[in-house]
Ligand binder design. Sequence first.
Ligand code: NFE
Ligand code: MG
Length: 467
Amino acid sequence: MRRISIDPVTRLEGHLKIEVTVDGRQVTDAHAVGTLYRGFEPILAGRDPRDAVFLTQRICGVCPVSHATAAALALDDVSGAAVPRNGRLLRNLILGGNYLQSHIIHFYQLSLPDYVQGPDIAPFTPRYNGDFRLNKETSDRLMGHYFKALDIRRKCHEMVAQFSGKMPHQASIIAGGVTQNATKERIAAYRKLLVEVAAFINNEYQEDVGVIAAAYNEYFKLGRGPANFLVYGAFPLDDAGREFLFTPGAYINGKLVALDKEKITEDVSHAWYTSAGDGNPSDAVTQAQYDKAGAYSWVKAPRYDGTVCEVGPLARMWTSGRYTNGVSVMDRIVARMLEAKLVARTLPAWLDELEIGAPCEAAVEIPYMGVGVGLTEAPRGALGHWVVINNHRIERYQAVVPTTWNASPRDKAGQPGPLETALIGLPVLDADNPLDVVRTVHSFDPCLACAVHVIKPSGRKDQFEVK
Ligand code: NFE
Ligand code: MG
């Protein structure tokens, strides 16, 4: 029996420690530990609600558009704003461009080096030794695409910037719509960049996933996870918000069920928070409590009707019936690539639908008091923002984020989170080089910057310092 601690797991966003117990050649226990401090939910309290769109984007540099979207949707909800068609389309185009860069960074920069031995220089070293199976010619070709992907990602940012201002933090999505207008020039510039990005996705990205999937075929059987999925929905296709490109829904114990947002809860029994953090996010308050028996993570444990759910591209592709091949490390990688293709081929229709000169935003009056919920899909999965407004100010704010779902710790029933579940039972070929563990973790594309956005490390220092 041996305990392995990978701290931090590199090539993901933020700081995640993984602890596994290996007995013989199999993981028998696993803990995902969010070791990162942030400060977002408490610092939003007392602010003008409109600030949430801009402040919450700073939770993360890879999915800021999703946070802006969730915050704007929460404010649309509380104020009853009717976003005009151009506003909806521009939001889709801004979010869609950000999706493409996010899925590409996951495969090329974050995952590929788990399967392809890069050159013996940083950032490819230090690394675990392992079963790198591709021949030199294929490795070199895929590594060439690693570098090309950097350039393609810049082009994705340029697409988004046509309508949003300079990335990574978009400046035009607000409550009620989008402040940037659709012009012929901007539409043409976005379209031209998209042609190049889509060609990369449909050629290199698709082919390279195929190469990895063929060479590491057993990963279609590894890292299954809970096999329950949750999707809030994103990319509205009509102005009433009834139809979505990514359909909302949950897949629980083999059955597809309609999404009911009242069933979303967070559990902090094994996270460093007081019990005020338990329950539906519209009622919860985030208070740190580091000296807490049984707690081992700054990540809370979101549950849907008490059920552990995986979120992300595989969840979306699965619940929509677009991809139901299996639930595994490699299925997550394949689903993400297929989703990038789907988004890339859908974006041109939204460009076509834009009406030059038509309004892109509606006037919005934030109410004196109220509760708003903004549900969307970030590249990594279901993202929700809950805002409670009182006296025109934010009284409470809760963000429940994709990696909070996927990297969650145990809950009060003792159920491990999705990533922990995927690790338990995993074969480990070489405990000194736990590449199997790292590949499984990376398949979820974790972002701890998003997952742990809750602590303000000032004031009560004794409460916040990790000893
Ligand atoms: Ni920081 Fe994020 C996405 C959000 S994930 S990347 O996608 O919200 O936890
Ligand atoms: Mg939160």
